[in-house]
Write a protein that binds this ligand. Structure first.
Ligand code: ADP
Length: 477
C-alpha cells in the first residue's frame, strides 16, 4: 500500500502533522489546566449579570419593594441566567441567602476568594471576584459579588461552577487545531503529489529508456529533469547508453571488417585454385602466377588471423608479456637488419642512430613487433630514394624515446587522429601497391606500447613525411 512515493510522502507528512498538532494540543491543554485563563470569561459573564441585575434590584428598592420582592427578583435572575445567587453579610461575609435550596450554604463564610489577578482585574475596586472553595465539601465555584449601593450591608454573589480544562480546551482550541490539521493535510497532499511527480516522471522516462536499451534500441537519451539526484542518474544513464551504443557500433563494424577482410583473400584463393584445377591456368607462367597469388593471399589471411588473435588476447587480458630487461639498442639493430633488404629493394635509405641506453623491462618479441611494424609502415609509405630513420634517445624523465621518421607521403591531419583505431586505413587505394593490411597494425602497436606502460605519438605532414615517437619507461626506479 505504501510502495508508491506519494503514499510514503503522504504518510510521513501525516505523521509530522499529527505529531506537531499533538505537541501544540498538549501545550495548550497544559495552559488551560495550569493558568487561570479559563476563569476569565465566566467571571466576566458573572460581572455583566451582576451589573444588569443591580439595576433591577435598585428599581425594586426604589419602588418600595421589601426583602421578599428582592428575593423574588434574585430568584428569577438565577433561573434566567442559570447562575446561583448568594447574599452575604458585608462585614462578616456570612451567607444569609442561597438561591439554590438543594445546597444549603446558609451560615457559610465567603473567605479566601482566589482572584486570578494577572488575568482579571475587576472593574469595581470593591468587587469580589474569583475562585472560591467550599470549606466543607471542597466544591469549587467562581464567584462575583459587589455590595449594593443602597443596601451595602449585603454583598450579592453570582456563582457558577468553573469550566474544566477539557471543556475550556474544547471551546477555544479544538476547532482551530482541527482546522489547522485539515489545511496542513490538504497542503501536504498537494505537496506530495507535486514532489512525487517531479521525481517519478523522470524516473519513469528513465525506466522506459532502459527497457528500450534492453530491447536493443541503443539510441536512447533522456532529458535531465527533476531533483539533482534524479538528474545525476539520468545523466549517468545517457553516458552509459551512448557508450553501449558506440561499443555496439564498434562491434558491428569489427565483424563487418573482419568478414570483409577474410572474404577477399578467400575469394582470390578459391578463384585461382579453381583455375589451376579446371586447367584455365594451363601455361607454366599462369600456374606460377596462380600459385604465387594463392600463397600471398593465404599469407595475408594468416597475418590477419594472427593480428585478430593478438587483439583478442589483449582485450581479454590474456596477453602475457615477458618481463625481461630489454636492450633497445640491440633490439633496434636487429629490426633494422631484418628490414634492410626490403629497404634496399625499395631504394630507400634505412638509417639508425642507436646509442646505448638503460634497459626497459618488457617482452622483447612484442617490442620487436612494435618497431618492425612502425619501420615497415614507414617503408611502405615512402617513395624510392626516400629515407627512413630510426632514432634512439634517453631523456631525463627516466624514459626511453624511440623515433621512426620517414619522408614519405605523410598522413592528412583529419586522418592522423584516427590511425590508431582498429581497421582504420587512410586511403585504401594508397596501399594498393603494397601487400594490403587490414588497418590493425597501429591499433596493436598502441595496445602493446601501453601494456609496456608507455605511449605513442604520431606527427605527420602530407608530402613531407611522418614521425612516430614511442616513449617507454626505463627499468630504473
Ligand atoms: P595497415 O596494417 O593496414 O597498414 P596500420 O594500422 O598499420 O594499418 O596503419 C593505419 C593507417 O595509417 C594506414 O592506412 C596507413 O595509410 C597509415 N600509415 C601508417 N604509417 C604511416 C606512415 N609512416 N606514413 C604514412 N601513412 C602511414
Amino acid at each position: 500500500m505504501f510502495q508508491r512515493l506519494h503514499s510514503r510522502l503522504l504518510l510521513s507528512y501525516g505523521f509530522v502533522i499529527v505529531t506537531a498538532l499533538l505537541i501544540v494540543a498538549l501545550a495548550l491543554f497544559a495552559f488551560a489546566a495550569l493558568s487561570g485563563a479559563r476563569y476569565l470569561q465566566p467571571l466576566q459573564q458573572l460581572a455583566s449579570i451582576s451589573s444588569s441585575a443591580r439595576y433591577e434590584l435598585l428599581r425594586v428598592v426604589q419602588s418600595g419593594g421589601g426583602l421578599r420582592d428582592l428575593a423574588l427578583t434574585l430568584q428569577q435572575t438565577a433561573v434566567d441566567q442559570n447562575v446561583r445567587i448568594l447574599i452575604a453579610n458585608t462585614n462578616s461575609r456570612e451567607i444569609i441567602y442561597d438561591s439554590d435550596p438543594s445546597q444549603n450554604w446558609l451560615g457559610i463564610t465567603v473567605q479566601n476568594v482566589n482572584t486570578p489577578t494577572r488575568l482579571f482585574s475587576a472593574a469595581q475596586t470593591n468587587a469580589i471576584s474569583g475562585l472560591f472553595e467550599h470549606p466543607e465539601n471542597g466544591s469549587r465555584w467562581l464567584l462575583y459579588g459587589e455590595p449594593l449601593a443602597n443596601l451595602n450591608r449585603f454583598v450579592i454573589f453570582y456563582a457558577q461552577r468553573p469550566p474544566t480544562p477539557l471543556s475550556f480546551f474544547r471551546e477555544y482550541f479544538f476547532r482551530p487545531l482541527w482546522g489547522a490539521g485539515i489545511i496542513a493535510f490538504s497542503l501536504s497532499i498537494l505537496l506530495a503529489f507535486w514532489i512525487s511527480g517531479s521525481v517519478a516522471r523522470p524516473l519513469q522516462q528513465l525506466a522506459q529508456a532502459a527497457e528500450a536499451v534492453a530491447q536493443g534500441d541503443y539510441a536512447q537519451q533522456v532529458t535531465l529533469a527533476g531533483p539533482q539526484e534524479v538528474r545525476q542518474v539520468a545523466s549517468s544513464f545517457n553516458s552509459m547508453a551512448a557508450q553501449v551504443s558506440q561499443s555496439q557500433q564498434v562491434q558491428r563494424d569489427f565483424v563487418a571488417n573482419v568478414s570483409h577482410d577474410l572474404k577477399t583473400p578467400l575469394t582470390a584463393i578459391t578463384g585461382w585454385s579453381q583455375a589451376l584445377l579446371d586447367g584455365t591456368a594451363s601455361s607454366a607462367a599462369a600456374q606460377q602466377r596462380a600459385a604465387s597469388i594463392i600463397y600471398n593471399e593465404a599469407e595475408r589471411m594468416a597475418r590477419l588471423v594472427a593480428q585478430l588473435l593478438d587483439l583478442a588476447r589483449i582485450e581479454s587480458g590474456q596477453m602475457t608479456l615477458a618481463q625481461t630487461a630489454v636492450d633497445l639498442r640491440q633490439l633496434l639493430t636487429d629490426v633494422q637488419a631484418s628490414l634492410a633488404l626490403q629497404a634496399r629493394e625499395q631504394g630507400i635509405q634505412l638509417t639508425a642512430v642507436l646509442p646505448s641506453v638503460p634497459p626497459v623491462i618488457g617482452d622483447p618479441d612484442r617490442l620487436t613487433q612494435v618497431f618492425t611494424n612502425l619501420v615497415d609502415n614507414a617503408l611502405k609509405h615512402t617513395e624510392r630514394n626516400g629515407r627512413v630513420h630510426i632514432q634512439l634517445q634517453h631523456d631525463d624523465a627516466k624514459e626511453i624515446v624511440v623515433q621512426v621518421q620517414d619522408n614519405g607521403n605523410g598522413i592528412p591531419a583529419a586522418d592522423l587522429a584516427r590511425i590508431f583505431e582498429r581497421f582504420y586505413q587512410v586511403d585504401k587505394s594508397r596501399t594498393q601497391q603494397f601487400p594490403r593490411g587490414a588497418g590493425l597494425g597501429l591499433a596493436i602497436v598502441r595496445e602493446l606500447v601501453e601494456l609496456h606502460h608507455g605511449r605513442i605519438q604520431a606527427h605527420s605532414e602530407v608530402g613531407k613525411g611522418s614521425l612516430f615517437t614511442v616513449y617507454l619507461p626505463t627499468g630504473e626506479r
